[in-house]
Design a protein around this ligand. Sequence first.
Ligand SMILES: [Zn+2]
Ligand SMILES: [Zn+2]
Length: 409
Amino acid sequence: MENNYSFYIVDDDPILIQLLAKLLESKGHRVMHNSSSVAALAEILENKPDCVILDIMMPGLDGFEICKRLRKESGFDKVKIVFVSGKPYDFDRNQAFSFGADGYFIKPIDVKTFPDQILRIINDNIDLAFWGVRGTLPVPGAGSIKYGGNTSCVTLKFPKGEFFIFDAGTGIKCLSDHLLKSKVGKIDGKIFISHPHWDHINALQFFVPFYIQGNEFQVCGPAHGDLTMREIISSQMEGVHFPIKIKEFAARVYFSDLKEESFDVGSIVVKTMLLNHPGNCLGYRIEYKDRIFCYITDNELYPEDSRFYNKTYLTKLINFIQGANALVTDCTYTDEEYKSKVSYGHSSVTQVAELAHKANVEALYLFHHDPDQSDQDIEKKWEMTRQVLKDLGSKTICIAPMEQQTFIV
Ligand SMILES: [Zn+2]
Ligand SMILES: [Zn+2]
């Protein structure tokens, strides 16, 4: 994909125009601009840039007006429209998106991150980040320097700012530190819990954005009989386990119980499926435009010669993850290790590789490593998985992600 784009900036503040133009030109992009919104509209229609950057409050035509007019023009549906405004209010942000904007930045912009962020909007990228790749137990120390020792936590960030967190193992503390350091402002996120085993929930109360007023989080996951998600999380914060109660969160944190279902978050579709693991454990399929991300952990895939082998379940799972651009999945054991861990609820290399291949997955991310495995052991598992895929003649690529590593879906 071409990496240099044409921009048109409309802002009645010439200093901001200068700053944005300099930033974008330094990255090789072409920039036109006008501080008169009326004159700008005609020039935008004539030049049809890849991306229009608009202020909201301007004399003559305001930014919303220009956005609405451009969205009505034929041939302008692919042109990205991004607001850079001094208005930090949700109302204006939502208005912008309802008029067809693709992005919304609040002034003052962060000059370090702005060029990358705007490219993410233009390319419509989803950012995938790993904050903890281990299963069962955190493993600090010399054996986990490369891949990291934290338990399950993965995030997705969408071009319009939607933020999804999958699981709250100890990796969520790294995410928390990262969010505080990057001063992202108000955070509105969804936390999808696969299941309430310790390695997927026990650092949730160390997620500092919960204690900051103005933030908002929906924590979703499977109920267990009469035990709701709220009760499951609050029970690990009751007196003897932790001194702060759920009621003391300063952010708005609310809980939802999920079953096998499908629902929308804006233009994103979330689908869930119950996985083969002790208790209720949900896998997630996230669809955004033509992109598919699947988070399937913890999950046991029985080899075909096992007496527990269940073809119906396997077929259902293959259909559920079919065509995923990214599959993050439980690959806890080598095939050899699995022999003594049957019915622990986790999968091994060959089963995972075959699953990804049969489902036409583009990129398979090995996840939820056993606590007894060192970095070298993970590397061996990675090699083994790639070999199985090669033997299958598969197009699926295999990645062993490291803690804090980011990818584009
Ligand atoms: Zn686990
Ligand atoms: Zn588990």
